[in-house]
Design a binder for this molecule. Structure first.
Ligand SMILES: Nc1ncnc2c1ncn2[C@@H]1O[C@H](COP(=O)(O)OP(=O)(O)OP(=O)(O)O)[C@@H](O)[C@H]1O
Length: 346
């Protein structure tokens, strides 16, 4: 089911508008991550999709239907909460059956469907256990199966991986993607972890201060950030941010508009390249190796930068020419808007 927000805002009871002009489409069958820092508006957006919160202004559509005034039950959404919220006294199978029992689905049919779902989420060998006898990952699988039981229009997951240890998180993020692709149900999940969002989602909605900063696939967010917030938030190591005053006019004039800040991706900083690049005289302070990766700290006009494109045999504590490949260099004005390269449209 397609989800459409038409200029939606949300004001809480205290009179403060926390979501501003949310205008977006989630295509049918897509897996979308709501990503952003704490307080950015992820949970509020999820609750507006679910119907647990009502839009203050604007409209919400599921397909052709205006659901703005409908509650969660009427909208037919499946929810998985952070703590899974399984019924502790019921078996795995009964947990999955429960929503279908409430919906008065025939006994034989609901058991058949529950067994299919247990198989889909790979807990079919655990169906007679109680939730307390399952691992965190297994409990989450059951919670997903239960949320899918009534064939929801939309599946919503609130920080689904946050209670799992590192190994299970990696396993479950792949599982969420597999289950979503097998069922084809439009799915939205909340996370504050960029790597999780990038591994799992088809598209990422990056939220900050109750506004969509960018809604795009992960590669576009990384390679073509809309503004300084997006460029800073996405990418590991974080973007090197340097005030434009440290660069000459030649560099500033590469861009349209008044350059206030230059951002350089760590991997764009290298000591040899054939790509179009900005040249800098910089001191390589140290080169650290982590297995097959290495990371150099370089100092350019007293500004520390992290570089991952420097060869390990470079001489340390010597000023050398470092190149910043233009593909990984962004310029921003003093409001954080991204400026295009001259002759290039953003
Ligand atoms: N019940 C409420 N009443 C008033 N303001 C609220 C309420 N719930 C959330 N807010 C405010 O709305 C804004 C968005 O909060 P929201 O919980 O959606 O962010 P979030 O991105 O999900 O954050 P987190 O990752 O910390 O859960 C914040 O400024 C928050 O303080």
């Amino acid at each position: 089911m397609e989800v459409k927000f038409n200029h939606v805002t949300l004001t809480y009871d205290n009179g403060v508008e926390v979501l501003h002009d949310m205008d977006f489409d989630i295509a049918d069958g897509q897996l979308v991550a709501l990503l952003g820092p704490s307080g950015g508006g992820k949970s509020t957006t999820l609750n507006l999709i679910s119907g647990l919160l009502s839009a203050t202004t604007g409209e919400i559509y599921f397909g052709q239907q205006n659901v703005t005034k409908q509650d969660a039950l009427e909208r037919g959404v499946g929810m998985v909460f952070q703590n899974y919220a399984l019924y502790p006294h019921m078996t795995v199978l009964d947990n999955i059956i429960f929503p279908m029992k409430m919906a008065k689905i025939d006994k034989v049919a609901r058991k058949k469907r529950a067994l299919e779902l247990a198989k889909l989420v790979r807990v079919d060998d655990q169906i007679n256990k109680k939730p307390s006898d399952l691992s965190g990952g297994q409990q989450q699988r059951v919670a997903i199966a239960r949320a899918l039981a009534k064939s929801p229009n939309i599946l919503l997951l609130d920080e689904p991986l946050s209670n799992l240890d590192a190994r299970l998180r990696v396993e479950m993020r792949e599982e969420i993607r597999r289950i979503q692709k097998e069922t084809g149900v439009t799915t939205v999940f909340v996370t504050h972890d960029q790597s999780e969002a990038m591994h799992v989602a088809d598209k990422i909605m990056l939220l900050n201060d109750g506004r969509i900063q960018q809604y795009d696939d992960s590669q576009s967010l990384y390679e073509n950030p809309a503004n300084q917030f997006v460029a800073n938030f996405i990418g590991e190591p974080a973007l090197n941010v340097v005030e434009a005053k440290y660069f000459g006019d030649g560099v500033k004039q590469l861009f349209n508009g008044e350059v206030a800040t230059i951002g350089i991706r760590a991997e764009a900083l290298t000591n040899e390249t054939n790509d179009p690049a900005i040249q800098m005289q910089a001191n390589v302070r140290e080169v650290l190796s982590f297995g097959h990766e290495h990371q150099a700290t370089i100092i350019f006009k007293e500004q520390h930068m992290i570089a991952t494109g420097i060869s390990t045999n470079v001489i340390v504590n010597k000023v050398i020419t470092i190149f910043a490949k233009l593909g990984g260099v962004y310029a921003f004005d003093n409001e954080g808007h991204r400026l295009s390269l001259r002759g290039e449209q953003l």
